[in-house]
Design a protein around this ligand. Sequence first.
Ligand code: HEC
Length: 86
Amino acid sequence: MTGMADENITRGTMLALSCTGCHGTNEQSPGAIPTITGKSADYLTMILKDFRAGNIFSTVMERQAKGYTDEEIQFIAEYFASTATK
Ligand code: HEC
């Protein structure tokens, strides 16, 4: 892994703290909230941008996603993709 990627993961880890309150820190999100760890970074990036744009229905995720830039969404997506335990 390059130094650049390490730095991105660290930023992603910090940004992801605002997600884990709802989605949980373990592999399985609590209750009815969908599990996001271990999904591919491409999928997470795409769906977060769709939430942000209001392209897909959400109760809370549009508001969550609106707080992040494209770059930050990429970092967050890479973080959750990297937390897969397989
Ligand atoms: C207030 C609780 C809450 C917070 C905070 C939150 N989420 Fe969510 N998330 C939800 C709920 C509820 C859904 C289901 C869609 C909806 O109703 O908004 C969801 C859906 C998702 C999905 C779609 C999963 C799928 O495959 O359908 C992704 C990806 C996601 N959240 C990522 C994130 C990320 C990344 C963050 C942090 C930036 C975050 N969420 C913060 C509650 C939350």
